[in-house]
Ligand binder design. Sequence first.
Ligand code: BGC
Length: 381
Amino acid sequence: METSRRSVITAAAAAGLSAATAGTARATDRRAPVRELFGRLADGTKVHRWSLENGGTRLKVLSYGGIVQSLEIPDRHGRHRNVSLGFATLEEYVAASPYFGALIGRYGNRIGKGRFTLDGKAYQLSVNDGENSLHGGARGFDKRVWDVEGFTAGPDVGLVLHYTAADGEMGYPGTLRMKVTYTLTRRGDWRVDYAATTDRATVVNLTSHVYWNLAGEGSGSVYDHELRIAASRYTPVDAGLIPTGELAAVAGTPFDFRRAKTVGADIREANQQLLYGKGIDHNWALDKGITARPEPVAALRDPSSGRTLRIATTEPGLQFYSGNFLDGTLVGTGGHIYRQGDALCLETQHFPDSPNQPSFPSTVLRPGATYRTTTVHSFGA
Ligand code: BGC
C-alpha cells in the first residue's frame, strides 16, 4: 500500500532534496485551524466547527461531541472526497446520530446491565441499549460540548479538546478531566492522543467512532473494501452483544482478517455470532496487546478509488462494526440516504465489558495515574 504522498517525499529524496525541502513543498496545503459558528443547542449554547488541513487531509470537527463532521482525502488521481459519514446540520446530530464521527466515553462499547463493582462498591450506570449501557450511557461524551483550541506546532496543525465529566455523571464515579488532541501531520496522518485523570477510582475506555467509506460517504456499500486486522483472536458475544469472556480463535471463522479480504466476503455466513451482530460488531484482541507506542493493527483499502487507511494504536482491542444498524432512515452530509453496510467503524479500545471481565485487560483508572492512549490514522492512495 505505497502512498502517493510518500512517493512525493521519496521522489524529492531521489532528486537530492533534503527532507526539509520536501516538507516545504508539501506544506503549501497546510491550513491552520479556523473556527466558525455551526449552530446552537436548544439552551442557546454555541457549537463551533473547526476546519484544518495538512499533507492532503482536510478535517472538520465540531465542538459538540468532538465530532469529525468531514474528513477529506485524495484518491489515486488526487481527487478529494469526504470519507466519513455525518450530517450537514447540528440539529440532525442532536436528534438521532448513531455516534457519527464522535468521541466516545466514558466507556466505549457495552457494559453488561450497566453495572459493575469497583473496590467493593456497586455502580449502576445509565442504561441505553436494551438492558446494557452503550458508549457511556444516554448522554455520553459524544453529546457534550467540548472546549476546543486550535494549534500549529512545527509542521503539525491540530486541535486540543477538553471536557471534564462530573463525579456521578451517567453513574460513573470520579471527576474525569480529559484532554484529547487531534493532530494532522505534514504527511496527512490524523493522530488522536487521549489523556485523562480522575479524583476517584473509575473505569475509562475512550475511542473515536468515525464511520469510514473510502469511496466517499453516501457512495454505497463498503463490502468491497479490503480489510486486514492483525489479530488471531476475538471476543465472542451473547445475544445482547456482551462478551462471553472467551477469547476465541479467528482461524476457520468469518472473523479471520489476518490476510486482507473484502468486508463482505463472509458477512452472510450462517454463523451465530453474525446473527447476534446482524453482521460484524465484534472486538478483536489485537496480537500486539497493549503497547507504549502505536503499532500497526489494521489496514483498509477501497479498490475503486485506491484510497487506503492504516491504523496504528497503543490499545489492545479493535471494534469492527460493519454499519449493520444503518437502515435507510438517515440522510447524510452529501444528501444521500445511508443504508446497511454503507460504512464501517474501526474503534481502537479496551475490550467491551472489561469492568465485569476479570480476565480482560483492566480499564480502571485511579487518582494520581494518567490514562494515555494514542491512535494514528494514515491515509494513502
Ligand atoms: C457498536 C454497535 C452500535 C454502534 C452504534 C458500535 O460501536 O459496537 O453495536 O450499534 O456502535 O452506532
